[in-house]
Write a protein that binds this ligand. Structure first.
Ligand code: UTP
Length: 408
């Protein structure tokens, strides 16, 4: 792309300041900047001007969850189906580890965070240990796909290699890199990371399957005979991965997606709740939940929209391949974004200072044909680490690990 073409592209979105340092750059840096401008999809910036518009939802109705008593009553049968499916190599795991973990505030990938008290216990280690439980039960390795981003790929691979994948078989581990999107300040102007680089951030966890497909790994999964992908977040250290009972219940239900979830601990708890939207499975974010929905009761006299998702989904590969190219809503999210100030110094803000643009995995549920919400015991399976202290923190996750007999 030439300088003039770059200028025109930026002008269309009011971002000419990106070229402010152009004349001072070396030839190589000029080329790098022009390439980045060419390569970056600036149309995401259109969402900035719509950030205050209300999201219009379709008709919302309850989608009942399979609850603990029903799961317990059918556990043997579900386990048998699940373990057979895993033994047959039809289930793989997908770890979403491309996020920046800005709330936790560590410069390293979140999975490298050590939650140990008397010994080293890394988040990645906890997840691999949990997956190893299933490997032992099934007597077979489970393929593990790991999504990283440009910002943390080398550190993630380097760390896992150095730790010998915490005992996992590296032949069953496959990495792929997600895409990036520009990050903007409060006025919608793209931050600069350096004079020759726009500041970009991972574009959310919703693009995981298209990134996996672009890397050739969806085709590879198909070739390997994989039929189900269990997608999960890096930050829940009690996460059960490729859980045979969950797999069995989803397979037997005939639904195309299984979604693990917990009963909300308060009507206003900040988790998305599962529902039907215009007859399709969907998730209403906590800030979209109206008082009317919050107070709607089911036939048991319990809140009808009380089942919060925990980012642990089982997707049917065939359906993912069909929906891969469908457009997903783009969300604008307030975050802490490091940037270069007018003196050329890097600033690492203490509180949110701008916006990132993200697609979200929860929006994939709405593209699916059907979904089985599957209840899990909160204290046994949900210990997310978003912050250092307080709610959903290193502290709360440590307490839950200890409660579950995990040595730290
Ligand atoms: P979060 O929504 O907690 O985002 O991610 P985050 O970026 O990790 O953390 P904060 O908000 O900056 O503190 C939920 C899951 O989705 C993954 C994360 O790695 C985590 O497993 N994720 C998030 C991605 O893989 N890519 C992204 O672009 C965003």
């Amino acid at each position: 792309m030439t300088y003039t073409e770059a200028k025109e592209k930026l002008a269309k979105y009011g971002q000419e300041h990106v070229l402010a340092y152009y004349d001072t750059l070396s030839d190589a840096d000029k080329e790098a900047l022009l390439f980045q401008i060419e390569d970056t999809d600036l149309s995401v910036l259109e969402v900035y001007s719509k950030r205050n518009e209300e999201v219009v939802k379709g008709k919302i109705e309850p989608l009942p969850s399979m609850e603990l008593d029903e799961i317990e009553a059918n556990k043997v049968e579900f386990y048998a189906t699940g373990i057979d499916t895993i033994k047959a190599g039809k289930v793989a795991a997908v770890l979403l580890a491309g996020g920046m973990g800005t709330r936790l505030g560590s410069d390293n990938p979140k999975g490298m965070y050590d939650i140990g008290l008397t010994k080293e216990v890394y988040i990645f280690q906890r997840l691999i240990e949990n997956l190893m439980d299933v490997v032992h039960m099934a007597g077979t390795w489970v393929h593990l796909f790991i999504m990283t981003s440009d910002k943390n790929n080398d550190a993630t691979i380097g760390f896992l290699t150095e730790k010998n994948f915490f005992g996992y078989n590296p032949e069953y581990v496959h990495f792929f890199i997600q895409e990036m999107a520009p990050a903007v300040d409060r006025d919608g102007k793209i931050f600069m990371e350096s004079p020759c680089k726009m500041s970009t951030s991972p574009n959310g966890n919703g693009g995981w399957f298209s990134s996996m497909a672009k890397a050739g790994l969806a085709a590879k999964a198909k070739e390997l005979g994989i039929e189900w992908l269990n997608t999960f977040a890096v930050d829940n250290v009690l996460q059960r991965i490729a859980d045979p009972v969950f797999v069995g219940a989803t397979v037997k239900s005939g639904k195309t997606v299984g979604a693990k979830g917990v009963k909300k601990n308060a009507p206003d708890e900040k988790v998305g709740v599962i529902c039907l939207e215009n007859g399709h499975p969907s998730i209403v974010e906590y800030y979209e939940l109206t008082d009317e929905l919050m107070n709607t009761m089911n036939e048991k006299g319990e809140p009808a929209y009380s089942f919060g998702v925990i980012l642990n989904y089982l997707f049917r590969l065939d359906e993912l391949m069909e929906i891969a190219d469908k457009k997903m809503p783009l969300h604008i999210v307030e975050k802490k974004i490091s940037y270069m100030d007018e003196n050329g110094e890097t600033v690492k803000p203490e509180s949110p200072n701008g916006y990132k643009f993200e697609t979200l995995v929860l929006d994939m549920i709405n593209l699916a044909d059907s979904c089985l919400p599957f209840e899990v015991v909160r204290n046994r399976e949900f210990a997310p680490i978003k912050n250092k202290t307080g709610i959903d923190s290193v502290e709360s996750a440590r307490a839950l690990c200890l409660e579950n007999g995990i040595e730290l």
